[in-house]
Design a protein around this ligand. Sequence first.
Ligand code: FES
Length: 108
Amino acid sequence: MPRVDYIAHDGTRTRVDVPAGENVMRGALYNGVEGIVGECGGGLSCATCHCYVDEAWADRVGGPATPAEEELLAAAATEVTPRSRLSCQIDMTDALDGLVVHLPESQY
Ligand code: FES
């Protein structure tokens, strides 16, 4: 099963198994990873699942945010960078085993 490393703002690393087909936001929520809220449940309407894809993985997660994500990210609580994504829009695959995402200081 592919694994994801969630790096909290303070540098704490939490590694969890996230099944292929599941998204990175749910992987955090189901495993008690703090720093991702996912208020809308993945409905692409909240931006509380903001994360920064590690530089090494930026191309492999499907590139930068889609236009719909970018629109929501404009309302994100923390700085938006070219590596910003909504974690509910990153679907896990076996090819993403070892994915690293960094979490913002706050989602509000
Ligand atoms: S959980 Fe709401 S946009 Fe991702």
